[in-house]
Design a protein around this ligand. Structure first.
Ligand code: MG
Length: 158
């Protein structure tokens, strides 16, 4: 049996703070405004995984009102989500994600991002795809005020 899941997330950018994507800090003059480390890619993947497995959503498992999650490394949340999926009998077949960010240029960092995600998810790097897109100057992403991510995952029953 296979199951597909979709995830979406958006975080605002502001001066200062860190720009962390897929567990990798990328140099930029703006960083994410969030309760956690603001790793919008990790959050979209987590929601896709939970959705595919029918195990709720990121806000239920990791509420942004939880003081213990203030500034948390989202790779820890992703690792915990993978544990939950494994316990429920699911393996991840592949991950495909679109990152909408006007700046910084992400292609030079994709190898590091997919390597980090693969490490945390216990998968081959070739099974994880991340595709940066600009928004042609349109909307919040296009003005560099936010970054959004759409992610799709496929699960297979062990
Ligand atoms: Mg988020």
């Amino acid at each position: 049996m296979t199951r597909v899941g979709i995830g979406y997330d958006l975080h605002r950018l502001d001066a200062g703070g860190k720009f962390i994507l897929g567990g990798v800090e990328i140099p930029h003059d703006k960083g994410f405004v969030a309760h956690s480390d603001g790793d919008v890619l990790a959050h979209a993947i987590i929601d896709a995984l939970l959705g595919a497995a029918g195990l709720g959503n990121i806000g239920q498992r990791f509420p942004d009102t939880d003081p213990a999650l203030k500034g948390v490394d989202s790779m820890l949340l992703l690792a915990q989500t993978m544990d939950v999926l494994r316990d429920a009998g699911w393996s991840v077949v592949n991950v495909d994600a679109v990152v909408v960010a006007e700046r910084p240029k992400l292609n030079p960092h994709l190898e590091a991002v997919t390597r980090r995600l693969a490490e945390v998810m216990g998968m081959d790097r070739g099974l994880i795809s991340v595709k940066p897109k600009t928004n042609e100057g349109v909307n919040a992403e296009g003005r560099g005020e936010a970054v959004s991510v759409q992610a799709v995952v496929l699960l297979v029953r062990n």
